[in-house]
Write a protein that binds this ligand. Structure first.
Ligand SMILES: Cc1ncc(COP(=O)(O)O)c(C=O)c1O
Length: 383
């Protein structure tokens, strides 16, 4: 009898993305008739703005929608450049802008373009799980930088100096799961400290425009060597359209282009046409942001009354990262029971922090106000 073909060691090292497992389980319960409030996935409940849908309909009617050049549709890249001028007063050359299949594909391409197998990338802990899982999948090493609430859950220049050899550093501000942000000065200092040590700085700016308590700043305003990653998934409400972008330093443009050509050929054309219109939909998108801001206020006041009263400051994004250690030492079991018994889907902190995440859960407030109110009622009754 022949042996079973192997799975790669690389694949075996990759952990599940627990929030996606939770979403699958919540979907299974819904199909069986349960009513579930979704606070697990960081996804706007409203769908894309009207102008995006209209642009997609028009593209369906008038465009060929075939492959497009690997760096992206020129009209979209030009519109992204205009966005940097409007939002940050920064001139970015279109040549440095790369459209990607969501920011998720941007990570794969950026890691492969900037690092060699065996290089080490520093990550803030807690942090977004796919960073570490993609890094492992492409044979890169990870240095966890344990962060603290005092530093708004971000590494400091001193942490970088003490981290040992690093080839790269990846930071998100606003961050997932904590929702905390670095001040513009703190971000600039971190970038400078990294570049003095020849560390490739990667800035995940996917939660830009979703800020409530701090000014946002892009790494581009400090460095033209940093890799900037962004997406239409969050503020622009286009999660399922799989379209994001990168700004890459000059010396990586060609490598990124070759990798993109070979790995993805191009980002879905219809999504690219639609994304151009997203930049003109700010009225509608700002209304959505106002809902998140109200949800945030509501939850910060109502959750303590429901029994969840220890969380990190919520500067941006749409997450509350709550310490539930007074109830459990096993937040995976806690979220699983909350789903089945209370009908509220949240995410275990273990997805973001394998050391102390057993004490935390993440709640997304990207849903409607009515959903937030119902969730608090259910959590209060359940606890
Ligand atoms: C911090 C962060 N970066 C990147 C992503 C990936 O988003 P997408 O691939 O939809 O652009 C997410 C999704 O939740 C995220 O939270």
């Amino acid at each position: 009898m022949s042996e079973t073909p192997k799975a790669s060691r690389r694949a075996s090292a990759v952990q599940p993305f627990m929030v996606m497992d939770m979403m699958r389980e919540a979907g299974r319960l819904e199909r069986a008739g349960d009513n579930i409030i979704h606070m697990e996935v960081g996804q706007p409940s409203g769908g894309p703005p009207r102008k995006v849908i209209e642009a997609a309909q028009s593209a369906l009617a008038t465009e060929r929608l075939g492959y497009v050049e690997a760096l992206g549709l020129l009209a979209l890249r030009e519109r992204i450049a205009e966005h940097y001028m409007q939002a940050y007063s920064i001139k970015v050359l279109v040549e440095r802008i790369v459209v990607t299949t969501g920011s998720s594909a941007a990570f794969v391409i950026a890691f492969l373009a900037a690092f060699d197998a065996g290089d080490t990338v520093g990550l803030a802990n807690p942090g977004y799980p796919a960073y570490r899982n993609i890094l492992k999948a492409v044979n890169l090493k990870i240095t966890d930088i344990q962060t603290s609430e005092k530093n708004r859950w971000a590494p400091t220049p001193a942490d970088i100096a003490n981290a040992g050899r690093l080839d790269g550093l990846l930071i998100a501000s606003p961050a997932n799961p904590t929702g905390t942000m670095l001040s513009p000065e703190a971000l600039a200092q971190l970038i400078k400290a990294s570049e003095q040590r020849n560390i490739q700085f990667i800035s995940d700016e996917i939660y830009h425009e979703l800020t409530f308590a701090q000014p946002q700043s892009t790494a581009l305003s400090t460095s033209d060597k940093a890799i900037i990653i962004n997406s239409f998934s969050k503020y622009y409400c286009m999660t399922g359209w799989r379209v994001g972008w990168m700004i890459v330093p000059d010396h990586l443009v060609r490598a990124v282009e070759c990798l993109s050509q070979n790995m993805y050929i191009s980002t879905p054309a219809i999504s690219q046409h639609a994304a151009i219109a997203a930049f003109d939909a700010t009225d509608e998108l700002d209304e959505r942001r106002a809902v998140y801001a109200e949800n945030r206020e509501f939850l910060l006041n109502a959750l303590p009354d429901a029994g969840i009263d220890r969380f990190t400051p919520v500067d941006g994004a749409f997450y509350i990262y709550a310490d539930v250690s007074r109830y459990t030492n096993d937040s995976a079991d806690f979220t699983s029971r909350m789903l089945k018994q209370a009908g509220v889907a949240t995410t275990t902190g273990l997805d973001f922090d394998s050391y102390e995440g057993n004490h935390h859960i993440r709640l997304s407030f990207a849903g409607s106000r009515a959903e937030m109110e119902e969730a608090v009622k259910r959590i209060k009754a359940w606890l």
